[in-house]
Write a protein that binds this ligand. Sequence first.
Ligand code: PBG
Ligand code: ZN
Length: 321
Amino acid sequence: MFRPRRMRISPAIRNLVRETILTPQDFIYPVFIVAGENVEEEISSMPNCYHLSVDRAVEWARKISAAGIPAVEIFGLPEYKDEIGSSAWDMNSPVQRAISAIKKSVPELAIIGDVCLCQYTTHGHCGKLDGNYVDNDATLELLQKVAVSQSEAGADIIAPSDMMDGRILAIRSALDSNGFKNVAIMSYSAKYASGYYAPFRDAADSAPQFGDRKQYQMDCANVIEALKEVDLDVDEGADIIMIKPALAYLDVVAKVKERIDLPLAVYNVSGEYAMVKSAARNGWIDEKRIVLENLTSMKRAGANMIITYHALDAARWLNES
Ligand code: PBG
Ligand code: ZN
């Protein structure tokens, strides 16, 4: 009789047959940059995540890199908002300044710039409005400016999260024609219209002021459509494909993994993080076990990299084990 339990008999044997190994090198740590100096303020909807000024973000970048985490993704809270989100491509904005400062002080860390307009527009939508409609093609021109400005600041990877059609091609051509042929694109290819983004929208002050994002982000009921989005982004020149959120969408991750030969990322989003943190704080779950189990399941489903607010804690747990 074949007995699968033979291979579970001891920690050594279990280590030998383990199929999925999680390491700090799988992680991307998201950081939120604000104006000012010496700011390190905990985000109320996201325990143990902080709003950081540029100087503090550099210190964090050192800590992140020392933990073995290879990359950060930069989000920003601008000093001003307008109808078209022009602070998103202002070279003096917190994001652009943080990118240059981190590049200069911690050159070994890869810097990913989140490209979207919702934090920067007064209406909180991810593009330029035409009445109540987000105008796709007019938005592409603005996203090009954001991508070029972040590349100028020193970003290694541009990550558009807006879900406009044709944005990968538009950004690729803007990067190429501005001398940034080696700046890569990580596409939020299948980004679902999800309730799991709520804590982030508080943290980034980016909630839409009317309506929702369902005319551009995907319906959570669809997977064939996600494959189409992925195919389009591959054709348009994306270097990394991302699925977001992670946990409730691991079926999508597994399907996309079978289909593409590009690196695949997942975004373990703010709501997933907040649920774990709050249950752990109540003593209902063991935080370390649950976090490592969740992250392992994302990798098992096919993710090569995981954007996660748990990155620093998980790296510490992995490094000490
Ligand atoms: C902005 C953006 C969002 C997230 C990343 N970029 C929110 C949204 O689309 O409303 C969510 C990240 C998270 O919840 O952790 N386009
Ligand atoms: Zn957005």
